[in-house]
Design a protein around this ligand. Sequence first.
Ligand SMILES: Cc1cc2nc3c(=O)[nH]c(=O)nc-3n(C[C@H](O)[C@H](O)[C@H](O)COP(=O)(O)OP(=O)(O)OC[C@H]3O[C@@H](n4cnc5c(N)ncnc54)[C@H](O)[C@@H]3O)c2cc1C
Length: 406
Amino acid sequence: MEIGILGGAIAGLSVALALRKQGHSPRVYERRSGPATMGAGVTLWPNASFVLEELGLLQDIAAVSGRPRVARRQDAAGNSLGGIDIALLDQTMGYPTHTILRGDLQAVLLNHAAQAGIPVEFGHRAVGIDLEDDGKAVARFENGVSIRPDLLIGADGRMGSVARKFVAGDNSPVYQGFVNWIGVAQGERALVSDIAIQDYWGAGNRFGCVPVRPDLVYWAAAQARPLSAATPAADMRKEIEDLFAGWPEPIARIIQATPTHAIRMIAVHDLEPLHTWSRANVLLVGDAAHAPLPTSGQGACQALEDAWHLARCLQGKDRLDKALLHFAQIRGPKTAKLAEQGRAFARGLFATDPETCRIRNERAKASDPLHDVQALAQGWSQGLPLTGYTDNTAMDGAGFSSLYRL
Ligand SMILES: Cc1cc2nc3c(=O)[nH]c(=O)nc-3n(C[C@H](O)[C@H](O)[C@H](O)COP(=O)(O)OP(=O)(O)OC[C@H]3O[C@@H](n4cnc5c(N)ncnc54)[C@H](O)[C@@H]3O)c2cc1C
């Protein structure tokens, strides 16, 4: 089948690789003029590693990633609020957790796409999709090109997906009341003493540090703000230094080791879950279908899961419409639940009332680490054949909402 994919990031490239393995002919169309260079990093939890292994990418990912064994939470004064035993999570789910810079992840995906003979057309910004009389969609690009593949996949992200507009009629993201500053710190010496995820919670603000190596740490700072104030300051580094002054090390050290030009501010939006992810021969995947908040920790992981499930849904199905419906039936409940959990977690995290923050911290401190790992493993394994967690449908909201995600 000829498959056109709009968007050449995590969802678009992983879907292309999975479908190529099934013998299809995917072609990726990306609006950027070349591979993305900006962006910090992502944590690929064991469910993502399962898919990466299935796609034959895990070894290359591991070569450029960190292997965190623990996630530690602290308050702004440095008091421990517990954490997650990532080594136990990995053992429970049967796959490793990796921390990776976005640029490195993108490079691995692009290398494998090239090896698999998948064309990636940069400089192709989709501007619209029209339905023709025979029920097939045509995608039009700003540069005058148009395509009419057998299957058109929208992997064009959360902030204005052309494919989502075609499928759902609306593609407006929802601002969720906080901004993120993201950056990558590169030290001449070690910035942190171990490969542990560190998460610091204040009142209405948060700082998370994720090492790939001791001298290479990506980070995300966050603050609750109205949308009207979600604009970058002239000197973002100074703004962040002031906001987190007096917070525990390594925060100041990490900000210091980040070049100003490598800091970016994001007004954080998500998308309402959709009832349907396809119209005619157009299907949504990744953030375009189900963008959760970063506080879910699962956006990229779920984009990868889409790739694995879509390949299976298309295999052996003679009717495309049925395969696309089946895909959304499988993926809808899990991604909607994760989006909901991301919102619930963000509400607690960005609360500004001192009493609410105190209760949140007490709950985090009192949470049972073993139960937390079980809850995460159960939720994130759902729908995947992972050790001991095949076909679970329940997700423990109570345990999940008190946990760490960045
Ligand atoms: C601060 C932050 C931290 C995060 N941390 C994690 C984490 O630790 N773990 C995790 O799993 N997830 C994390 N996420 C979520 C994750 O980044 C996203 O869910 C993931 O990148 C989605 O991938 P995607 O390919 O669907 O969309 P995107 O990454 O948005 O890619 C969409 C692609 O489509 C292209 N495009 C857009 N419009 C068009 C068009 N009209 N025509 C052609 N091309 C187009 C874009 O240029 C882009 O390349 C985080 C998100 C944020 C903001």
